[in-house]
Design a protein around this ligand. Structure first.
Ligand code: NAD
Ligand code: MG
Length: 406
């Protein structure tokens, strides 16, 4: 019996993780769950999964959860505040940690899990983008095993030899090919994309996900972040990483070997597949997802990504090539820009505009490429402040090009 911590339990990946875990009660015990501030959702998860500990990262919501659980006579211990996230992630009781918080907020608990040598299942890609080298260095030092949950990276892991571990150089590999659905705007003109509303951006054709990653999928920044994530996990250079649009989202990624063989992992677009793979690894367990009816699918399409309509992908590639603070700056600027797009302050194409300007300004401001935690957090905070200070420029640029489809 292994004890599981789910960071970000109330989110899309968190719920899929609990769905898989609940199918294997003799193998996994849900030991701790964390959420930001959704008390009702957390109380419901506690009723179903009876964790020993529940954490509300926003400490102001811990009392409300305590009262709700007391009323139901549930004896889950409730902790509050961001430090408690790190505490459960590194606790001696924890065997497996699912990192499924969204954004940079997941960095410290993910790092705590890795430093404590836990088997760490990483869905939360932003920490790998902002502090990839640091996380991989700490994993080597502690012996923590990192298992990728992002469907593309999990697919690649499944296509590498069984003895392969993240952080090593994969032998005999020529390149990795990340597939991308293309998102909801794959066939839209540049003018129509510029006028897209938040509701249109979060309507993903194939996957049901949290709001932030849905917008990232619409701008293709998600694939950009995934390029940097793949470079981090598999030690690959920019030149060894390809992106291909595959609208069916059935082939989740491919590994091309030096002999010309390409291995791919296929499956329904359902996160329970990579989650079950990593929870069971190196074993295989039921995920609750069926196979594929290939004859009914009929055909697979592939096309090259269009960097003119989707400049975020090019910005991420440039940040990967930079190798210094650019990825961290890009990630922080993207988080702020997406939040401001979702609340209607800027248009979709102001997202890449703000990111490009912030990365340029930040690279001028932060010369040294130190990648310790303190520098990482300082660069992240600098980028967020820069974006908030410069926001009015991007907001007024959006107003000058009113949305003809609104
Ligand atoms: P989500 O928005 O559905 O859930 C986010 C979770 O994080 C929630 O439990 C929320 O309470 C918690 N959270 C948010 N802000 C927090 C904060 N400041 N402090 C502590 N907790 C906080 O997100 P999601 O779609 O489940 O995605 C989670 C991560 O997994 C993201 O990094 C995303 O890129 C990655 N990912 C998601 C999918 C998917 O299918 N949803 C696929 C691949 C990768
Ligand atoms: Mg993905």
């Amino acid at each position: 019996m292994r004890r599981l911590v789910v960071l970000g339990a109330t989110g899309s990946v968190g719920r899929s993780t609990l769905d898989v875990a609940a199918r294997h009660p003799s193998r996994l015990q849900v030991w701790a769950l964390t959420a930001w501030r959704d008390v009702a959702a957390m109380a419901e998860l506690c009723r179903t999964h009876r964790p020993a500990i529940a954490v509300m990262a926003d400490a102001g919501h811990a009392d409300a959860l305590r009262s709700a659980l007391r009323a139901d006579r549930i004896d889950t211990e409730v902790l509050g505040g961001p430090d408690a996230l790190c505490q459960v992630a590194a606790a001696p009781e924890a065997d497996l940690v699912m990192s499924a918080i969204v954004g940079a907020a997941g960095l410290l608990p993910t790092l705590a899990s890795v430093r404590a040598g836990k088997q760490t299942l990483i869905a939360n890609k932003e920490p790998l983008v902002m502090a990839g080298r640091l996380l991989m260095r700490e994993a080597r030092a502690s012996g923590a095993c990192i298992l990728p949950i992002d469907s593309e990276h999990n697919a690649i892991f499944q296509c590498l030899p069984p003895a392969y571990r993240c952080g090593q150089e994969p032998l005999g590999v020529r390149k990795l090919v990340l597939t991308a659905s293309g998102g909801p705007f794959r066939e839209w003109s540049a003018e129509r994309i510029a006028a897209a509303t938040p509701a249109e951006a979060v309507r993903h054709p194939n996957w049901s996900m949290g709001q932030k990653i849905s917008v990232d999928s619409a701008t293709l920044m998600n694939k950009g972040l995934e390029l940097i994530e793949a470079a981090t996990l598999y030690g690959m250079s920019d030149a060894q990483l390809d992106v291909v649009i595959h609208p069916e989202s059935v082939i989740h990624s491919l590994v091309e070997y030096v002999d010309g063989s390409l291995l791919a992992q296929l499956g329904q677009p359902d996160m329970r597949i990579p989650i079950a793979h990593a929870l069971a690894w190196p074993d295989r367990w039921e995920s609750g997802v069926g196979g594929l009816d290939l004859a009914a699918l009929g055909r697979f399409r592939f096309e090259a990504p269009d960097l003119a309509r989707f400049p975020c992908l090019g910005l991420a590639r440039a940040a990967l090539r930079d190798g210094g603070h650019a990825a961290n700056l890009l990630n922080a600027a993207n988080e702020i820009a997406v939040e401001r797009f979702l609340n209607g302050q800027i248009g979709l194409m102001q997202i890449p505009a703000m990111i490009a300007d912030c990365v340029d300004a930040g690279l001028g401001h932060h010369a040294a490429a130190d990648d310790d935690l303190e520098t990482t957090l300082a660069v992240d905070a600098w980028a967020r402040q820069w974006c908030l200070r410069e926001l009015p420029r991007y907001a007024s640029a959006s107003q000058r090009s009113p949305n003809p489809h609104a």
